[in-house]
Write a protein that binds this ligand. Structure first.
Ligand SMILES: [Zn+2]
Length: 546
């Protein structure tokens, strides 16, 4: 297709769509005939349909490769806006940004309200060790944590001790008054296992793992002896007069911690990086009485409405049947949500942009859902499923991506008995380069959770997860303080945008509706009870208030 200008291909595709070849001028007609002749040299009765598919695929690839918008989208969203915590002003900013993007591409889009959430805005945070020597500590205030009330709080620290039982802890609680309480274990090593395994002796690796397991078990036991859940413990410490909670949730890689939400309601909760947390802990053990100073200027903004951004390219032949692109838009707040789920988000944006360009009059309606709260329990997508039964009933297929920046390497049939028939047929149109190492699993099994495809599968929709290769997602970027722009592998993301656009196109064009027939699920191996299809669940419509 190299000798055709991209605009000619686009025009040709547009004309295929509206079947107005007759109105073309002579020179374009000549080009089209030339192109069709070349393609039709391939034998086969479906010459025209096949040529159309091949042209479309070639156009998608050309646009995605030569005019990729992925870096611009990533830069604007991850760097320009930043993290997208549900209910936060930044989440709202992201929804508005997406609307503006779709508008520049001529795609109608809307923000659909599905609930409300406690709105919290991060402010400036400083965490410093001020005794026995001075060091700026690497730490982060947890999401929804109370602020320090416009001032710095300076105090000593105390470690949760190892006591006999909950009674003993009750008696100990008054000791936390006026102190920061350290609630996490001191990690024995800041080196990830792969580093030990590369350089350590077999004996030292085994010893390290054995010691760490014993220490981890003992710490878990220590906390469980308080008789309180993590949340109850934080509240009990707050009630007993602690000035703040300090934790460290190491993510098993160099420099990575997971950053979630606070359990306290009046005092700040911060996470401190493994290295600095270990330093404080060891100083306490050595009797050096370290002191830290914390300032956190976050703001509570009351309740805020929460949305999904939904955009649509209306179908021409079967406008009431739908093919949906899907990726959650929200993130945790410890970094900028670049791979969770910034990359899934820009894949869907880019695929929509390209589809609109070359396939503006699809057979079925194309929808995209940028979900507003996946991280707290698939709330945005569950809201959409509950609020749009007419769309759910008529959904041909849905493609969700939400596990990082890597190339899609797994596509399963989600427990739909005949998924092999249509998915593998659609996949035949994807050139080999874009499905390298792609493993299909049929009929697969229905997702019970994990990401938003599960909300749709539960409602019987053939909803599929485009599952990426790892790039050490689980330890290095997923919910961590290092989920940032620099971790994105744009070649892989572009690959995924191309794959998604082709699958969506094929699902739209399929002459048949997809079968929703479910497999008989295997019996539960423990109880022997028959396997059950996951149940549709309602979202939390009023969040962050319990
Ligand atoms: Zn995610």
């Amino acid at each position: 297709m190299k000798f055709f200008h991209h605009k000619d291909v686009r025009q040709l595709l547009l004309n295929f769509n509206v079947q107005k070849v007759i109105h073309l001028n002579y020179s374009k007609m000549k080009n089209i005939i030339k192109l069709l002749l070349i393609i039709c040299l391939l034998p086969g009765p479906d010459c025209l349909a096949q040529s159309k598919d091949s042209l479309m695929v070639a156009a998608i690839i050309k646009e995605a490769t030569e005019n990729s918008q992925l870096q611009i989208l990533a830069d604007e969203l991850f760097n320009g806006i930043g993290p997208r915590l549900v209910g936060s002003p930044k989440m709202q900013q992201a929804h508005d940004w997406a609307l503006a993007k779709y508008s520049t591409w001529g795609i109608p889009a809307r923000n659909e309200k599905w609930g409300e959430w406690r709105s919290w805005e991060r402010g400036i945070t400083h965490i410093d060790m001020v005794a026995p020597w001075i060091k700026s500590l690497e730490g982060t205030q947890l999401a929804w944590s109370p602020s320090t009330g416009g001032k710095s709080i300076t105090a000593e620290l105390i470690i949760i001790p190892d006591l006999a039982d909950s009674m003993a802890y009750l008696q100990w609680f008054p000791n936390v008054k006026g102190k920061f309480v350290m609630i996490s274990m001191k990690q024995p090593t800041g080196r990830p296992d792969y580093n030990w395994e590369e350089f350590g002796t077999k004996e030292s690796v085994e010893k390290m793992k054995k010691d760490r397991t014993a220490q981890t078990d003992a710490w878990r036991k220590r906390i469980s002896k308080t008789g309180l859940t993590n949340k109850e413990l934080a509240l009990a410490l707050e009630k007993a007069g602690a000035v703040g909670i300090v934790g460290s949730l190491w993510s098993a890689g160099f420099g990575v911690n997971k950053i979630f939400g606070a359990n306290t309601t009046k005092i700040p909760t911060v996470d401190i990086a493994l290295e600095d947390y270990g330093l404080l802990y060891r100083l306490i053990e050595a009797g050096k009485n370290p002191k830290i100073s914390v300032r956190a200027d976050s703001k509570d903004l009351g309740m805020a409405p929460t949305y999904n951004t939904v955009a649509e390219i209306k179908g021409t032949e079967k406008p009431d049947e739908y093919v949906m692109l899907s990726a959650h838009f929200d993130s945790w707040d410890g970094a900028t949500g670049a791979t969770d789920n910034g990359t899934g988000t820009i894949v869907m944006l880019e695929a929509m942009r390209i589809l609109k360009l070359f396939y503006p009059n699809p057979k079925r309606t194309i929808l995209v859902g940028h979900w507003g709260s996946e991280e707290q329990g698939l709330n945005g997508s569950r809201g959409f499923v509950e609020d749009h039964p007419e769309i759910i009933k008529n959904m041909q297929a849905l493609f969700n991506q939400d596990n990082g920046t890597g190339r899609v390497v797994t596509l399963g049939g989600a427990g739909f008995l005949h998924s092999y028939e249509y998915l593998s047929r659609w996949l035949t149109k994807v050139p080999a380069t874009y499905k390298q190492a792609l493993e299909t699993r049929f009929p697969g099994s229905p997702a019970g959770g994990g990401s938003d495809n599960a909300s749709f599968v539960a409602a019987g929709v053939p909803a599929f997860s485009l599952s990426s290769n790892s790039w050490l997602y689980g330890s290095y970027t997923w919910h961590t303080n290092r989920d940032t722009y620099d971790k994105v592998v744009f070649d892989d993301v572009r690959n995924n945008a191309i794959l998604t656009a082709i699958l969506v196109y094929m699902a739209c064009e399929d002459p048949n509706r997809t079968s929703r027939e479910k497999i008989v699920l295997p019996a539960n191996s423990r109880t022997g009870e028959p396997g059950k299809w996951p149940e549709q669940r309602s979202p939390t419509r009023k969040g962050g208030v319990d």
